[in-house]
Design a protein around this ligand. Sequence first.
Ligand SMILES: NC(=O)c1ccc[n+]([C@@H]2O[C@H](COP(=O)([O-])OP(=O)(O)OC[C@H]3O[C@@H](n4cnc5c(N)ncnc54)[C@H](OP(=O)(O)O)[C@@H]3O)[C@@H](O)[C@H]2O)c1
Length: 328
Amino acid sequence: MQEFGWGVIGCGEIANVFAVSLKSLNRGRLVAGASRTPGKAEAFAKRHTIPRSYSDYDALLADPEVDIVYISTTHNFHFECVKQCLEGGKHVLCEKPFTINAEQTRRLAALAKEKNLFVMEALWTRFLPAILKLQELIASGEIGTVETLYTNFCLGFDLPPEHRMRNIDLAGGALLDLGIYPISMADIIFGEKPSRFSSFATMDRETGVDEHSHYVLEFGDRKKALLSSSYSQAAPKDAIVSGTKGYIRVPDFLAAQELHIHKTDAEPEVLRFPYGESENFKYEIAHVMDCVEAGLRESNVMPLSKTLEIMELMDAIRKPWKLVYPGE
Ligand SMILES: NC(=O)c1ccc[n+]([C@@H]2O[C@H](COP(=O)([O-])OP(=O)(O)OC[C@H]3O[C@@H](n4cnc5c(N)ncnc54)[C@H](OP(=O)(O)O)[C@@H]3O)[C@@H](O)[C@H]2O)c1
């Protein structure tokens, strides 16, 4: 198996989960972290026993031991960071949302092709064993014909206005930060582009981003996904996949470890797919290394065409809300 050196750009909250997940794989090595915030890369390196830390992103890109970069800055910086990595000759795994709009995704997809480098959006939920099993159960007709998905990603947090989820300068808002998960879940279940949608949003009175938003997606003329996201309102993060012969409940669907199968003619059954704490990214990280080792330039699970499809949908969803980010 080929050994890969990883670098992290943006040493914030979620970079810690990446570092723990990578370590748990016993494959690939985190060789450097870079942060523009003074002292942050050093602290990150110390916490995760990483050999090198840099105070600017270019220095990390010049590190010959870095093969693949994980980008975990706030969304507004993703476009520039992915571009910088590709121009620096590095493969990329970039946090969700990949960019703030579809146009940026298109430009990066073209650049990745030109540079012949691997790029993937870090939609880790798609790689979880529980989710793969769920797709298998649906395909085998375990709960009959599936035509409805209900799911939410709602937090109920009291956040200050400068927090990335509320801050318009950081491309905040529930849709881009949280809604992307229920929308991706609808794609995981139905595997096709919605034929139409409707959406509703309640805007943050102070910062102007969507505080909670709701989306109804239709696939073909019968299948529907009823989805919500919010940073200020709380709700269970369950996904319920509803079929003609029963339903499957996925508690905390984005980090799924259990499937609760309720068939109309059988006793309920629970299937478990546990993983260790903060190891939830290990499946997507392993997938990236498998792809790069095989010489692939895109994932077959999360290709850039899928990222673009979802970005286009999110652009269209927020258009009637008149939510425009700085620079757009
Ligand atoms: N996959 C998941 O489960 C998951 C979970 C949470 C977040 N995310 C995604 O990961 C990304 C980062 O989220 P996070 O919670 O880790 O964010 P964070 O800790 O608030 O910030 C991450 C990094 O972004 C830069 N940054 C943050 N605020 C900034 C500001 N006001 N001005 C300039 N730079 C700023 C800093 O980079 P430097 O270190 O260079 O200073 C910071 O270390 C987001 O795109 C988010 O959607 C994914």
